[in-house]
Design a protein around this ligand. Structure first.
Ligand SMILES: CC(C)(COP(=O)(O)OP(=O)(O)OC[C@H]1O[C@@H](n2cnc3c(N)ncnc32)[C@H](O)[C@@H]1OP(=O)(O)O)[C@@H](O)C(=O)NCCC(=O)NCCS
Length: 177
């Protein structure tokens, strides 16, 4: 198995993050899960997102083979991360982190890389004294079973469903120790 390291994402990773995001953004008729009708940020917007958050990671072998982008509330308040899910989170009066995007390349799946990314992010969030983590995964029309299972494995529970534009996402939450 190819060795990999979990590292903080840096600005130089943005082109690869964009490449992976474009490759795994799906439409509602997709047979496989992915970033469901995700409005893809451009290069400058991703740079601003990364600069606004201490909770963005890449899983790197020779190059990044996966990434995990999570954001503190301030990234949403400042408009770097927006949309119906961000809007709902901002109604919740808590100092959360929001797990927005995770991806592992097809050729490297089922080897625990997403688990390692989750684990690192949640440990860092605990250390930074964030009391809550939220994750959103698509429920309809594409049910993202791998990601739902991963949330359950880490002790997240379904809080509510958020529906818009004919799509439905589960909002999962976890209290951090
Ligand atoms: C979701 C995703 C990141 C998981 O990555 P991964 O590195 O393969 O996951 P891991 O190997 O760490 O798996 C951890 C656990 O997640 C769950 N899981 C992962 N893939 C699964 C699958 N295909 N089916 C069911 N459960 C799955 C399992 O509980 C697994 O534990 P196990 O292997 O001991 O059974 C990956 O499938 C992916 O990139 N999907 C496409 C992108 C996407 O949908 N992103 C979400 C939108 S934000």
């Amino acid at each position: 198995m190819e060795e990999y390291a979990i590292l903080k994402a840096e600005i130089r990773d943005v082109p690869r993050i964009l490449e992976l995001t474009r490759a795994h953004t799906i439409t509602r008729d997709s047979p496989v899960p992915g970033f469901l009708e995700f409005p893809i940020p451009d290069n400058a917007a991703y740079r601003a997102r990364l600069e606004s958050s201490n909770f963005c990671y890449v899983a790197t072998a020779k190059k990044p083979i996966g990434f995990f982008l999570a954001y503190p509330r301030i990234s949403l308040e400042q408009g770097f991360v927006s949309g119906p899910i961000a809007n709902r989170l901002l109604q919740l009066d808590e100092n959360f982190i929001y797990l927005e995007q995770i991806i592992v390349e097809n050729t490297h799946r089922r080897r625990g890389i997403a688990r390692a990314l989750f684990d690192r992010c949640l440990r860092d969030a605990e250390e930074a004294r964030h009391p809550l983590a939220y994750g959103a995964t698509s429920h309809q029309p594409v049910r993202n079973v791998p990601l739902i299972n991963l949330h359950h494995e880490f002790g997240f529970r379904l809080k509510e469903e958020i529906a818009f534009d004919g799509l439905s996402f589960g909002l999962y939450s976890k209290h951090l120790p």
